[in-house]
Design a protein around this ligand. Structure first.
Ligand SMILES: [Zn+2]
Length: 131
C-alpha cells in the first residue's frame, strides 16, 4: 500500500461512521446489485475497506434477508455473509474485517458473517456451521 492510498484510507475511515447514505461511486469493490435489500451505510463502507485491506475477493452469499421471526442482523440490513472455504483466504478476510472496524464476526465452515448490529454485544467472534 502506498502513501497516497494510506491517506485516502484514513480520510475515508474518518467519515465512515458518519455516513447516512451510500454513495456507490465511493465504493471500490462492490455494486448495489450484490446486495439483496437496503443495507446499512456503515456496513457497506466498512466492508469496502475490509476488502481493500484483505486483498482477496469477497463473494457475498447473503445480505439483506426478510423473514417472519427473523430477528438477525441480516433482517436489518446490517450483516453480510462472505463465502469462505479455505484457511488462507479466511485469515485475510478476518484480518481485513477486524482492521476495518468490524467487531462482530461469525466464523462458519463455508462463510464468514460480519455485522454492525449495535443492539448486540461488540467484540465477539463465534463459530458455526453454514446452512
Ligand atoms: Zn450471516
Amino acid at each position: 500500500m502506498n502513501l497516497y492510498n494510506l491517506i485516502q484510507d484514513i480520510l475515508k475511515d474518518y467519515s465512515i461512521d458518519n455516513r447516512e447514505d451510500i454513495v456507490w461511486e465511493d465504493i471500490d469493490f462492490f455494486k448495489p446489485w450484490e446486495f439483496s435489500g437496503e443495507m446499512s451505510p456503515i456496513l457497506i463502507y466498512r466492508l469496502d475497506r475490509a476488502r481493500r485491506i484483505s486483498g482477496v475477493p469477497f463473494v457475498i452469499t447473503d445480505s439483506f434477508r426478510e423473514g417472519p421471526g427473523d430477528e438477525s442482523a441480516h433482517n436489518k440490513g446490517k450483516a453480510v455473509d462472505i463465502r469462505c472455504h479455505f484457511s488462507g483466504p479466511r485469515f485475510k478476510i478476518l484480518e481485513g474485517l477486524i482492521k476495518a472496524g468490524f467487531n462482530r464476526i461469525g466464523i462458519y465452515d463455508r462463510h464468514i458473517h460480519a455485522d454492525v448490529d449495535e443492539t448486540r454485544p461488540p467484540e465477539v467472534a463465534w463459530l458455526g456451521k453454514s446452512q
